[in-house]
Design a protein around this ligand. Sequence first.
Ligand code: ADP
Length: 252
Amino acid sequence: MLEIRDLCFRYSRHAPVLNGVDLTLNDGEIGILLGRNGSGKTTLFRLILGMEKPERGTMLLDGKDLSKCSRRERAKRIAFVPQTVQFGALTVEETVLMGRISRFGFAPGKEDRLVTERVLAEMRLLPLASRNVDALSGGERQKVAIARALAQEPGMLVFDEPTANLDLQNEQLILSEANRVAKERGIGILISLHDLNHALALGDRFFLLKDGTIRYTGGEEVFTEEIIRDVFDANVRIVTLEGKKHIINGGL
Ligand code: ADP
């Protein structure tokens, strides 16, 4: 479980980007972070991953203070799937094995190879194991990024706009993989997405970021026309089809 309390952060002498963020994500839950461009989503991820230091506040993962973990310990506990992945000239198998680097240090052992094999099978990547990652499609590369993150055997996963550069079919593939991982492995996943309908389809809990704080949080009940207008400054209509909410563009 991830518990963030009163998290505050600014880039050097700039105005605060985060100004008292509170967020709780349970194991096995998919939490979706939403907010306008520049609202601080990537910054929040950088803080969770230890790439920036907060000015104030606490972040606990399974009760343990992340600020007291070493870089390596943190890399073991939290895995990151970025928007676009640069792998270099490695095969799929080597790339996934690299996910274990925070565990093996100098050279991979038997356990590292076993975990890699298991994750490749789980993600149905075995047929591609010896292919060069650079030669794969965007969707396949993103699956490899998820596999590499899983090979870390993390306590939680963070995805920053994982579908930003994918076509519709690959978008759906990656979102369904995220869902499967959260439910089968029982780990929490925090994802930023820009598509509100994808967010609604995937999320268990939503965190709407505005003016440096989580202005609204909860289940799908947080999606109202008023709240979307407040957070995104956009007019939408919300319709319910087959018991599920859908958001349609309400015009200019
Ligand atoms: P989002 O991911 O929601 O688009 P970001 O976290 O990238 O938002 O950015 C939040 C704010 O912080 C923006 O105003 C952005 O301009 C600013 N910002 C991001 N990175 C830096 C940086 N390295 N130095 C100064 N300001 C930054």
